[in-house]
Design a protein around this ligand. Structure first.
Ligand code: ATP
Ligand code: MG
Length: 415
């Protein structure tokens, strides 16, 4: 007799409707999954609601994809309870994200030998709101020469919050006047000064489990045009290095779903921003790459629940630092070693095997879904929610065209 196991995937959501609708549709289409041991798995999704919870209540979910906890704290605490009490697998775990913001991420990747641009943390411009500040500052705050620090980095430079995100408080500083203006305006934000990289190309990589898509990004354009459909914008070596950097970041910090921004100049890759607990996966920004992202999310979630993958919520620096501190290894050799550690962390070989057997129909159902009226209506309603009426037609054509390009490029996946 066949055993069937049920798995529930929770979605903890904010304002987004597009990708959850697509994800739900894909998981529904996956149907019963059979693993190598002959067990059948039925996977269902459910949107998590926010309500009082007893710390002893048992969470029903096996896995939860979180998009909300970075700003909404009640569900964040629910996630922590679900992780600690009920072993719910989290994409991503608030434990790792709360303790590791941009600054820590810079430090850790510097230790691993990554080419993070030269960066200096300066004390607050304005006094912190604390009765003990005057005494502490008079006694211990050393005056410093902001201009000299900036000279050390060179102009232009970037000033940005140590825990930044969403371009909040980021400024490009061209000269001394701009330096003082930006610092004065930083107020109670704690700021990094960072050397600017005069890059040839901006690569933004989205990583979900062991799957990474490295995309060409144009930060200066409006969101719907930032990702450019471009397949060979990096050499194969640089492309692989970008994948390894992204997967190293995630495996090191135990992040499952994250984006990594890298500036590429010549054959050098400089990671600048890679702690994004809630990476952008909107169809209106990812367009052509959206089907890839939804498929990767469905595959990785299915793998985690069907194989009872155990979440690791604590960072284990030891094996990484052992590579980092090994003087016998140069940068390239370390990159190879980090990829091995990342593959071990994500159980990549087993995952690939699972995808090839249990999920052998995933390409076909993704293709069927993306070319279906159901997908099209999700796209249309997203356009209606996102843009003013007079732009609907233009964006229907824009995104419709990009997704038709995806289906043309992937026609071989049709059933
Ligand atoms: N060192 C740098 N050299 C060149 N450009 C940089 C550098 N740091 C930041 N930038 C530019 O500033 C933008 C914002 O910086 P950063 O990504 O670090 O901030 P953020 O607040 O995390 O923004 P977002 O959430 O939009 O990614 C980058 O996308 C890039 O265009
Ligand atoms: Mg960024």
């Amino acid at each position: 007799m066949t055993t069937t196991r049920d798995h529930l995937i929770g979605l903890l959501l904010g304002a987004e409707e597009d990708w959850p609708t697509a994800f739900e549709a894909l998981v529904r289409r996956m149907g019963l999954l059979t693993t190598a041991d002959g067990i059948e798995h039925r996977i269902e999704t459910e949107r998590v609601t926010i309500e009082p919870f007893n710390l002893r209540d048992k969470a029903r979910q096996d896995l939860c994809i979180d998009r909300l906890a970075y700003w909404y704290y009640h569900p964040r605490e629910w996630l922590k309870k679900a992780s600690l009490m009920d072993d719910v697998y989290l994409l991503n775990s608030p434990f790792t994200f709360q303790s590791m913001e941009k600054h820590s991420a810079y430090c850790a990747m510097l230790r691993l030998g990554m080419k993070v641009p030269n960066t200096i943390l300066v004390p607050y411009k304005n006094p912190v709101d604390n009765a003990r500040w005057a005494y502490t500052s008079a006694k211990y705050n050393r005056s410093f020469d902001l201009d000299a620090l900036a000279d050390e980095l060179g102009y232009p430079l970037y000033m940005k919050p140590f825990d930044g995100g969403g371009w909040r408080g980021v400024s490009k500083v061209d000269d001394v006047a701009g330096l003082h203006k930006s610092y004065d305006e930083s107020g109670e934000m704690l700021m990094h000064l960072q050397e600017s990289i005069d890059y040839d190309v901006f690569a933004r990589a989205l990583t979900i489990g062991p799957e990474t898509m490295v995309m060409k990004f144009r930060p200066e354009l409006p969101m719907h045009d930032r990702y450019e459909v471009s397949h060979d914008f990096l050499t194969p070596e640089a492309g692989q290095e970008a994948i390894t950097i992204s997967q190293t970041v995630n495996a090191f910090f135990r992040w499952e779903f994250n984006s990594c921004e890298m500036l590429v100049k010549g054959d050098q890759i400089y990671p600048i921003d890679y702690a994004n607990a809630c990476p952008d996966v909107a169809v209106t920004s990812l367009h052509y790459y959206f089907p890839w992202a939804m498929k990767a999310l469905a595959k990785w979630s299915a793998f985690c629940v069907a194989t009872d993958r155990i979440a690791k919520t604590q960072v284990d620096t030891e094996p990484w630092f052992a590579v980092a501190d090994n003087d016998q290894l140069d940068y390239d050799a370390k990159i190879v070693a980090y990829q091995r550690l990342a593959d071990a962390h994500f159980d990549t070989e087993r995952y690939n095997e699972f995808c090839a057997t249990t999920l052998s129909h995933i390409d076909e159902i993704t293709y069927e879904y993306v070319t279906s009226p159901e997908f099209r209506s999700m796209l249309t309603s997203t356009i209606h929610q996102t843009y003013p009426t007079h732009e609907w037609e233009r964006f229907e054509a824009h995104f419709g065209g990009l997704l038709t390009m995806w289906s043309d490029d992937n026609a071989h996946l049709a059933g």
